[in-house]
Design a protein around this ligand. Structure first.
Ligand SMILES: Nc1ncnc2c1ncn2[C@@H]1O[C@H](COP(=O)(O)OP(=O)(O)OP(=O)(O)O)[C@@H](O)[C@H]1O
Length: 254
């Protein structure tokens, strides 16, 4: 049973404090959804979980299975089983996508980066087909010429291959056509059913056609202001964030 715990995290970037005390958890088998208006701090949280050095932790902690990973470099967090898929992944033209997948699996299996791993590649191609990812991406540089939807599918492909303890996905439904959302939604449920804990951000209730969230957190201005269930996502979609915030303020005042 794995657990990622974000404890009262305060984070600065570009000289200003962006996260102002964020706490949340995600455990094996859970699908936890993070929502919040543009600029509320969701991507900042995910970058901090990944260990991007541009994001400075001022206070608080990130615990994996009770141990702090806050000061570990990104590759060690990955090796311990934390996989983060970004909102706008970067292209790495020098590395073929097939080589990167093979290298990731080799690292995890304690093999050399360059060891041939035909079974892994065959498995990756099978999953890619299920995700609707065209076979030619394997021979291209990582992300080179990938469409928005191909980027998202490629990230989910990596998660499905690796089966990490914790999968963090920043807007996995953005840029996807409806078949892509269905394929990625199915993959997210499969990941949680097989024991990964999934934390994802989204702006839209349409994901609910394909995923069943365990819990929903809502962020505003660098803080988690609310924890609820999928009803929160539906209500936000109906009335918008600002009206929703006014509604819950009224409720809290009653
Ligand atoms: N490296 C940085 N330097 C300066 N400001 C930053 C940096 N990274 C993020 N910010 C600021 O922090 C705030 C939160 O941004 P963040 O990308 O985390 O929001 P978000 O909730 O993911 O938004 P969106 O829904 O638009 O993706 C924004 O005001 C953003 O401009």
């Amino acid at each position: 049973m794995a657990k990622l715990e974000i404890r009262n995290l305060r984070v600065a970037a570009g000289g200003k404090e962006i996260l102002k005390g964020v706490s949340l958890t995600v455990s094996s088998g859970e699908v936890v959804v993070l929502m919040g208006p543009n600029g509320s701090g969701k991507s900042t949280l995910f970058q901090t979980i990944a260990g991007n050095p541009k994001y400075e932790v001022l206070d608080g902690d990130i615990l994996l299975d009770g141990e702090s990973i806050k000061d570990l470099p990104p590759e060690d967090r990955f090796a311990r089983g934390v996989f983060v898929g970004f909102q706008s992944p970067v292209a790495v033209p020098e590395v073929r996508f097939a080589f990167m997948l093979q290298a990731m699996l080799n690292i995890r299996a304690g093999k050399k980066l360059t060891d041939p791993n035909p079974q892994a590649l065959a498995q990756a191609q099978k999953i890619a087909a299920e995700l609707g990812l065209k076979p030619d991406v394997f021979s291209r540089g990582v992300g080179v010429g990938f469409s928005g939807g191909e980027f998202k599918r490629a990230e989910v492909l990596q998660a499905l291959l690796l089966r990490p303890k914790i999968v963090v996905l920043d807007e996995p439904d953005s840029g996807l056509d409806i078949d892509g959302i269905a394929a990625v939604g199915k993959a997210i449920m499969e990941l949680s059913a097989s024991g990964s804990g999934v934390l994802l951000s989204t702006h839209y209730a349409r994901v609910l056609r394909f995923i069943k969230p365990t819990r929903v957190y809502v962020m505003a201005e660098g803080r988690v202001i609310l924890e609820g269930d999928e009803g929160v996502i539906k209500r936000i979609e109906e009335v918008g964030y600002q009206n929703y915030f006014r509604e819950i303020q009224k409720e809290l005042a009653l």
